[in-house]
Unconditional design. Structure first.
Length: 270
């Protein structure tokens, strides 16, 4: 009898073991946990990025133009300004060049045709007289020294321009700093493509209705015979004033009497 009871107990133990194993699907539980953790990680990253983007937007809010803050670029250390008027600039046509005061120029006499500035990243240097006309239409022009800005830095700059309305970018041979930003009457030179002042400048001055002459003017390409975006007129260095002859080289007109001012880096918001 003892042997029979032992055998029966063994069978019951084995049966209970099988039932226990079947009632605890550890593999399924582990799989669910992995899915939950993965979803949590994605959600957490989304929240983090959203907060990061919100913080970035909040940081730029102070540089958004308004009736009470018409030129937020005065808060950006290093910005150079002038006082080109919106009239009497004069138009010229290629091959005539302009002896500009600023390099790159930020206003004054310019070509009759504007450079397409609908987020165009030009791979080659473009005639600056056309680009100045783009500034008159409210665009921001990012110039860079092609000998100093390459690789990741160039990609960073391009990403800020590509497809963005009223923004244009092109190499500028011989530029005295790696990067230079231009808007009508404004310029900022810097060395780092990750400098936060780039986004501040774009926010403050791109289509800032208080700071450029031709409100509502387009940045669309004009096409062959005027300004061909796919075959733009090539860059030529600014000629010296000594070459002004009133014909092939003309003087810049409309510059402010002060010759330009610079925001004091020690006094943001001046």
């Amino acid at each position: 009898m003892a042997s029979g009871k032992s055998s029966k107990a063994s069978r019951n133990k084995a049966r209970n073991s099988v039932v226990t194993q079947r009632s605890t699907p550890w593999g399924l539980i582990a799989g669910v946990l992995v899915v939950v953790l993965f979803a949590g990680a994605i959600f957490g990253y989304a929240v983090y990025k959203n907060n990061e983007n919100s913080a970035a937007q909040d940081a730029l809010a102070a540089y958004t133009p308004s009736d009470t803050n018409r030129d937020p670029s005065t808060q950006i250390p290093g910005v150079v300004t002038d006082n080109y008027t919106g009239s009497g600039q004069g138009h010229i046509a290629s091959p005539t060049r302009v002896a500009y005061t600023h390099t790159p120029p930020i206003g004054g006499t310019h070509d009759q045709y504007w450079a397409a500035c609908t987020g165009v990243v030009y791979p080659t240097a473009v005639r600056q007289e056309n680009l100045v006309h783009s500034l008159e239409h409210g665009a921001v022009w990012i110039a860079y020294n092609p000998d100093q800005v390459t690789g990741a830095a160039l990609d960073t700059l391009s990403a800020k321009v590509d497809g963005q309305p009223y923004t244009v970018m092109a190499p500028y041979p011989g530029l005295d700093q790696p990067i230079s930003l231009q808007a009508w009457n404004h310029q900022l030179k810097l060395s780092d493509a990750n400098d936060p002042r780039i986004d501040q400048f774009l926010t403050a001055l791109r289509r800032n209705q208080y700071n450029y002459p031709e409100i509502g003017a387009t940045c669309q390409a004009l096409g062959p015979g005027a300004f061909d975006q796919d075959a733009p007129p090539p860059f030529e260095p600014t000629p010296p004033v000594a070459e002004v002859d009133g014909g092939t080289v003309v003087t810049e007109r409309g510059a402010g009497a002060t010759g330009g001012t610079m925001a004091d880096p020690t006094k943001p918001g001046q």
